[in-house]
Design a protein around this ligand. Structure first.
Ligand code: FMN
Length: 145
């Protein structure tokens, strides 16, 4: 009885840890293949689109997405008005649902820019061109294909 209870509690613990994970293994696989990321922000006006490379996304332990920003001034203006962000990325080289050759994700979250601190220095070492880091806190990451 105690063993069953223990397994139930531990099992639930494991399940809830998994549910907390927003980014799947498939998502990480996509990042290993080059492709174009599209990031959409909207302040008060029309949606604004910028691009990034898959290989430039850095994922932190707690699944925030860090992106090197060299320009992205309009994006930053928008974020300062409305911090919501949508992002799409994919790769033809990663198998999707039902063995389809290709997959992609739509990510939603909130964003901020920062230009100092440990994570800024870590990103600057990787991408010398950056002037700020765009950080996305993911609220959903849906596989689309
Ligand atoms: C494939 C691709 C990759 C890009 N990578 C970056 C990048 O790493 N950092 C960046 O600031 N802009 C990058 N850009 C430029 C942005 O898409 C954007 O046009 C520019 O940053 C200006 O942003 P803004 O309109 O928000 O001011 C890239 C563009 C393309 C097409």
């Amino acid at each position: 009885m105690i063993v069953i209870l223990y397994e139930y509690v531990m099992g639930k613990g494991r399940d809830s840890m998994n549910t907390n994970k927003m980014l799947s293994e498939k998502f990480y696989e996509v990042l290993k293949h080059e492709g174009i990321v599209t990031i959409i922000t909207w302040g008060k006006g029309e949606p604004h689109i910028v691009n990034e490379w898959n290989s430039y996304l850095v994922i932190t332990e707690d699944e925030r997405i860090l992106i090197p920003a060299g320009l992205m001034h309009k994006t930053e203006e928008n974020i300062n008005i409305n911090n919501k962000i949508k992002m799409a990325l994919g790769s033809k080289n990663v198998v999707g649902f039902d063995n389809y050759q290709g997959t992609g994700f739509v990510v939603e979250g909130t964003a901020r820019f920062f230009d100092s601190g440990f994570e800024y220095e870590m990103m600057k070492d990787k991408f010398s061109f950056l002037t700020r880091v765009l950080e996305i806190t993911v609220t959903s990451a849906k596989q689309m294909l």
